[in-house]
Ligand binder design. Structure first.
Ligand SMILES: [Zn+2]
Length: 276
């Protein structure tokens, strides 16, 4: 007798597909209850396969799976949503590919991850609907997924003086996930910088460790607080414009990539099609 029920049902989102031979496909499916699952979909690419719509990248479906020793096997799948709007623009498709690749990397097999599954689903809905600016969707996803993976920054107030108002030139300490108001930042780092630093300049903190900062204006800070402290269902309902939008995008992307430890080809492609 197997310890786990050999056949089970779960909703899930397809984060990755790899064709195998002429008719089969390997899927990476993110589920709320079982985390990330590798699913071998035998014969799914046959034109007569009823499960084919659910075996596409970004598909959201109800899966009936059978456990094997290495991975799960697809018995059948009923599509709930194909997110057709994602492929309506190359920019949307590129963004969804990058975000799903990051979600794939940050999800864990057989560990329940309802928050991450919900975030991915909300994100795919939003990209598909095309009603929210992509820089908002991208930044909010990057910050939220970092938080869910255990890297939530404390942006409630300055980590030294506690002040919620960080001034026009507050700083996000990327590596330590904390905020410095402009006064405390200047006090701590005045010997290393004759004036406020440009982004990308690594400095040394009070413990001799290298630190990396991104500037956060009041507008950027409002956006970060919204993303991290609001109801996840309203994840993308904020605005950030002009210079703030550039700083916001840079801060969120740098924060996620720093904690993951590498970049993504899908991100480079997204940026190239956006002309960034
Ligand atoms: Zn302070």
């Amino acid at each position: 007798m197997a310890e786990k029920t050999p056949v089970f049902n779960t909703p899930g989102v397809v984060l990755r597909t790899t064709d195998v031979g002429d008719r089969d496909r390997m899927l990476t499916v993110l589920t709320p209850e079982y985390g990330k699952l590798s699913v071998f979909a035998r014969g799914v690419r046959k034109i007569t396969s009823g499960s084919l719509p659910a075996a596409q990248l970004f598909a959201y479906a109800d899966f009936t799976l059978r456990r094997g020793s290495q991975h799960c096997y697809l018995n059948e799948a009923a599509i709930r949503e194909t997110f057709l709007g994602i492929s309506g623009t190359i920019e949307g498709a590129a963004l969804a590919s990058y975000l799903c690749e990051a979600a794939d990397e940050l999800s864990v097999p057989d560990v329940a991850s309802p928050e991450l599954a919900q975030l991915v689903l909300n994100t795919l809905w939003t990209v598909s609907a095309g009603k929210r600016p992509r820089h908002i969707v991208k930044g909010a996803f990057e910050m939220r997924v970092a938080a869910i993976a255990g890297y939530q920054p404390d942006v409630a107030g300055c980590c030294v003086c506690g002040n919620e108002d960080c001034g026009a030139r507050g700083m996000l300490d990327i590596m330590n996930g904390r905020l410095l108001c402009e006064h405390c930042y200047n006090d701590l780092y005045k010997e290393q910088v004759s004036q406020y630093i440009p982004a990308d300049t690594p400095l040394t903190d009070e413990y001799g460790q290298t630190v990396l900062f991104r500037r956060v204006t009041p507008g950027v800070l409002r956006a970060l607080r919204y993303i991290l402290y609001t109801d996840p269902k309203r994840q993308f309902s904020f605005t950030v414009d002009g210079e703030d939008a550039v700083l916001f995008a840079d801060a969120c992307e740098t924060y996620l990539l720093h904690h993951i430890g590498h970049g993504y080809k899908t991100l480079s492609f997204y940026k190239s099609v956006e002309g960034l």
